[in-house]
Ligand binder design. Structure first.
Ligand SMILES: Cc1ncc(COP(=O)(O)O)c(C=O)c1O
Length: 365
């Protein structure tokens, strides 16, 4: 635990925390943060550079505070994917979807309020709850990491949180929650006046329909998305929210002025203009994921059925911490997500996955 100096007026409830983050180690095969392993197509790189050059002449000015052009493009992208009819006022954009989540907590969480999420799931949800003084309620998942909707609804009605989180596909399990189930959770959330935040960071890897389809019927349902994964754009930091215009108005109240730089907006606009080429690696990642599953099974290990670009696997002999270290000793960085008996691996390029499986084979012997 950090030893904080007496002179620092840090909040008591934050004193036990340390900064969040997976290890960033160079010169290893990095399969620990669910990044997309493919770099940006050359044509997109070139266009970003020339757009940035145009924008550079105006960097003495603040960016478009409301990122209108970017939001319009994001709406077009979501509409194309989901057959919806969203517009600028249904979209918000920020520095990664983590910032989207934080803005939602600032708007609807806080002291005296509760947030409920079905764990194990994305650990940043309870972390932001803590930072914003929101009480966190850990809802249950089944042994196979699926959400039992009947139990979930009961818990929602009993706890009456202001914010409810469903991550689908779920991190770290990779499992997805069908839209019919999300719809039942939406009804329960409506009954208690809660915002249902569906964290769809990995949506493009899944065949399940997006929760954004529910927004018309349930205005308190929001979909949190990111360009970090399928778009292979993690370094730029762009996440976005799809929501009813009143929710967008609410997050506009809690966002910082000029939060999204002109450089970020320009680069993201180019990326969305090239959405299909930016996402051309998805099919390859999905077939690589299948090969990884088979490779793990050959060792007598097993992976949960995943709808995302990562796998949660088990069946190894030894503790998660020890096996994680065994991989690292072989130059492979994966993620120990704190679930004993499980480890998470991000799907990499074919050579990276080969190296991972070769290391796994050695470890399994
Ligand atoms: C479920 C989930 N949501 C949100 C994020 C945050 O992504 P970003 O802030 O890069 O958009 C992640 C990142 O791993 C994630 O796994």
């Amino acid at each position: 635990m950090n030893q904080w100096p007496d002179w620092l007026p840090l909040r008591d409830d934050l004193k036990s925390l340390s900064p969040y983050g997976a290890p960033q180690i160079v010169d290893v095969v990095q399969l620990n943060t669910n990044e997309n392993p493919f770099s940006l197509p050359e044509v997109v790189q070139q266009e970003i550079v020339s757009r940035i050059q145009e924008v550079a002449g105006n960097l003495n000015r603040y960016p478009d505070r409301d990122a209108v052009r970017l939001r319009a493009k994001l709406a077009e992208y979501v509409n194309l994917q989901s057959g919806t009819e969203f517009d600028v006022e249904n979209m918000w954009a920020a520095n990664g979807s983590n910032e989207i989540l934080q803005t939602l907590f600032l708007a609807c969480g806080g002291a005296g309020r509760k947030a409920l999420g079905f764990t194990p799931s994305y650990s940043v949800h309870p972390l932001i709850a803590k930072i914003t003084g929101t009480s966190w309620i850990a809802g249950a998942r089944e042994d196979d990491f699926r959400i039992d909707v009947e139990i979930a609804v009961e818990q929602i009605l009993a706890e009456r949180p202001s914010l409810i989180f469903v991550t689908t596909p779920n991190n770290p399990s990779g499992t997805s929650t069908p839209l019919v189930d999300i719809s039942k959770l939406a009804q329960a959330s409506a009954n208690i006046g809660a915002l249902l935040v569906v964290d769809e960071a990995y949506a493009e890897f899944s065949t399940e329909a997006s929760a954004s389809l529910l927004i018309e019927k349930f205005p308190h349902v929001v979909s949190s998305r990111t360009m970090s994964k399928a778009f292979a754009f993690a370094g730029v930091r762009v996440g976005y929210l799809v929501a009813h215009p009143s929710v967008i108005d609410a997050v506009l109240v809690t966002r910082l002025p000029y939060h999204l730089s002109s450089l970020t907006q320009a680069a993201a606009e180019v990326a969305i203009d090239h959405a299909s080429v930016m996402q051309s690696g998805i099919d390859e990642l999905l077939s690589e994921r299948d090969l990884l599953v088979k490779g793990l099974e050959r060792l007598g290990w097993n992976a949960l059925e995943s709808s995302a670009n990562f796998l949660l696997f088990s069946g190894f002999k030894g503790t998660s911490a020890n096996i994680w270290k065994e991989f690292l000793d072989r130059g492979i960085l994966i993620r120990d997500v704190g679930l004993e008996g499980y480890l998470r691996v991000t799907v990499g390029t074919a050579p990276e996955n080969h190296r991972f499986l070769a290391a796994a084979q050695e470890i399994a012997q």
